[in-house]
Design a protein around this ligand. Structure first.
Ligand SMILES: [Zn+2]
Length: 197
């Protein structure tokens, strides 16, 4: 599993440079998510990254009870990756789902509060700077999945849907790598199936 994780890591790095998407942290397009899939003989690893705005409708820390509920709803939905995508040609069971909502979850607030320490001398203009950062920064929601699969059969397709993409996303950029090859595809409501060749 480690080898393929390293492989997909470098693959993403190369792809984002080739596609010109490596323009810095948090520079995402709303409505567009990324899915990387690493396929082994009897296991699949998957990472889903989506703009928080497209999942819960905001990218700041959840504050209102409505926002907190949206975060928890998103967590529940993302715990079940089969709501996003299903595998054709191979029987796989989910063994682990890690949903990272820290970008919009107020439970991680302490991390950011620490940064204020020692900055008292620079009060002038500093507050303005912070608020600009908050307005312009984007937040991603990341979910990682591990599946255990039967050793027979071959993963032939990734099927999204049934009728549209999860969360009403416009597009999911899919990158996949297996022991026999790799590829990329754009999934939209009009093209919900990725063939793995
Ligand atoms: Zn954003």
């Amino acid at each position: 599993m480690r080898i393929i994780t390293a492989t997909i890591g470098s693959f993403i790095f190369i792809s984002s440079h080739v596609l010109g998407q490596g323009s810095g942290h948090g520079a995402h397009l709303h409505g567009v998510a990324e899915l990387t899939v690493a396929v082994e003989a009897s296991a699949i690893e998957m990472m889903f990254t989506a703009p928080a705005a497209s999942v819960v409708g905001f990218e700041s820390k959840a504050a209102s009870s409505e926002q907190l509920k949206a975060v928890e709803d998103a967590r529940l939905v993302l715990r079940d990756p089969f709501r996003l995508v299903t595998f054709v040609g191979k029987e796989c069971d989910l063994v682990q789902a890690v949903v990272d909502l820290t970008a919009i979850s107020s439970s991680q607030k302490d991390e950011h509060d620490d940064h204020d320490e020692g900055h008292d001398d620079h009060d002038e203009g500093h507050d303005d700077h912070d608020s600009v950062d908050d307005e312009e920064s984007h937040s991603d929601i990341i979910a990682k999945y591990e599946f255990k699969c039967s050793s027979d059969g071959q993963l032939k397709k990734l099927k999204f849907g049934p009728d549209q993409l999860l969360f009403g996303l416009d597009k999911v950029n899919v990158m996949w790598v297996s022991e026999s090859g790799q590829g990329a595809a754009e999934v939209t409501a009009d093209q919900l199936v990725v063939e793995l060749n």
